[in-house]
Design a protein around this ligand. Sequence first.
Ligand code: SF4
Length: 145
Amino acid sequence: MRGSWIAVNNWLVRHARRRVSPAHLLVLLPRCLQRTGCGQDVVADLEACRRCGQCDLAVLIRLRAETGVRFHVAGGGRAALALTRRTDVRAVVACACEKELLEGICAAFPKPVLAISNETPEGLCRNTRVATERLYEAIRAMIRT
Ligand code: SF4
């Protein structure tokens, strides 16, 4: 059911074609993308990642450089919501589990949120993955070039 609501949201966001400049797009990532046991404080600053390649954050940092948009690893739902409410954030591409995505879409309204579900090969909240090509496509769909 949540997946259906997210699909409807994404359809509406894509068809509204409200593109923003890269500086006004926020890409929100869940903390569980970070490899368990990695001690780098990527929540404070994604630059802390040492690009060892054990999780998808290494690839996502390259994506950030390529697209020029802001990436942030959220420490929790409240922190994520505070980021989406910043006045300089006009649109969001969010990656998370379906429950958090749906909550985030509602909380960020009326700002458009293009939502990408993360993959959970080891169960919820642990060493999750994201299809980076889907995230890249979502970013390209939301920014003016
Ligand atoms: S790529 Fe390596 S250093 Fe970066 S967050 Fe993942 S495990 Fe940590």
